[in-house]
Design a protein around this ligand. Structure first.
Ligand code: CTP
Length: 256
């Protein structure tokens, strides 16, 4: 039996104390955790999985920034599923509007440089690293100290390239390295060339141009690409896909 304690707070009878229904997210996670324990092996027990998620946010001035539409849902689904399957999970996340999953070590970051610094601290201890974050490729060269005034008719921002975090991890490879590829055309070819260029073990290619796939959606349509195989998957929830991605990491020797 697992007993989920009630929460404390304002009660229907007008007093404050212990007796409220616990958080639905917590109840859901405890139920799913029990189901995983019954139905699946904890096949990631003893393993450490490092996951990045969400967008990065690159400041322009104290009140403005450049970001992208990544919701973080795919990375957070991977973090929840990896934890249910028994892993120690480190989640490095850009700013998103999702609750932090239960039982996961959480490292909030904002910019690509902050994400890189945090990932590099955790990378050596990871058996599997999954870069699901949508890292901004460029940042503003000189961040204005004061709010930029609308004095001129046009405004030019000079951008400089951010480091490719995944490629730099591939250069000093440790454990099993998984990337994502957001593509709008030639999905498999582009993904395979990213896999080789960044020295990855697997890449999850995402056609962001079709409905029900990619940024913000609760579902995804992907092709899982390794050096020898390309597996086109049907549309499914990001939670179901997270399980399949982890199955494939294990199948390809990611936890050996
Ligand atoms: N990535 C990264 N650091 C960056 C850019 C991307 O670590 N500065 C990672 C992403 O987390 C993802 C993978 O690289 O796992 C591929 O990202 P994607 O945006 O598809 O490709 P890019 O390498 O940025 O190439 P392009 O935008 O030219 O298609």
């Amino acid at each position: 039996f697992t007993v989920i304690d009630p929460d404390e707070g304002f009660l229907a009878c007008g007093t404050t104390g212990k007796g409220r229904l616990g958080s639905i997210d917590l109840i859901e996670e405890i139920i799913l955790d029990a189901i995983y324990a019954l139905e699946k092996e904890r096949d990631l027990a003893g393993k450490t999985v490092l996951i990045t998620a969400g967008p990065t946010e690159e400041p322009i001035d104290p009140v403005r920034s450049i970001t992208n539409k990544s919701s973080g849902k795919m990375g957070y689904a991977l973090a929840r599923v990896a934890r249910r399957r028994g892993a120690t999970v480190h989640l490095v996340s850009g700013p998103v509007k999702i609750d932090v999953p239960q039982g996961v070590a959480f490292y909030p970051v904002s910019t690509a440089l902050e994400m890189q610094a945090q990932v590099e601290k955790l990378y050596r201890d990871a058996d599997v690293t999954i870069m699901a974050a949508a890292v901004a490729d460029y940042r503003v060269k000189e961040i204005a100290k004061e709010k930029i005034k609308k004095d001129s008719e046009t405004l030019t921002l000079e951008l400089i390239k951010n480091p490719d975090i995944l490629a730099s991890l591939g250069e000093h490879k440790n454990g099993f390295l998984v990337g994502f590829a957001a593509e709008t055309e030639n999905l498999t070819e582009n993904a395979l060339s990213k896999l080789k260029k960044k020295n990855l073990d697997m890449i999850v290619a995402n056609n962001v141009a079709v409905e029900g796939s990619g940024f913000g959606s609760d579902t995804n349509i992907v092709t899982i690409v390794t050096e020898n195989e390309s597996l086109e998957l049907a549309k499914m929830s990001k939670d179901s896909l997270a399980d399949i991605i982890i199955d494939h990491i294990i199948k390809n020797g990611g936890t050996e």
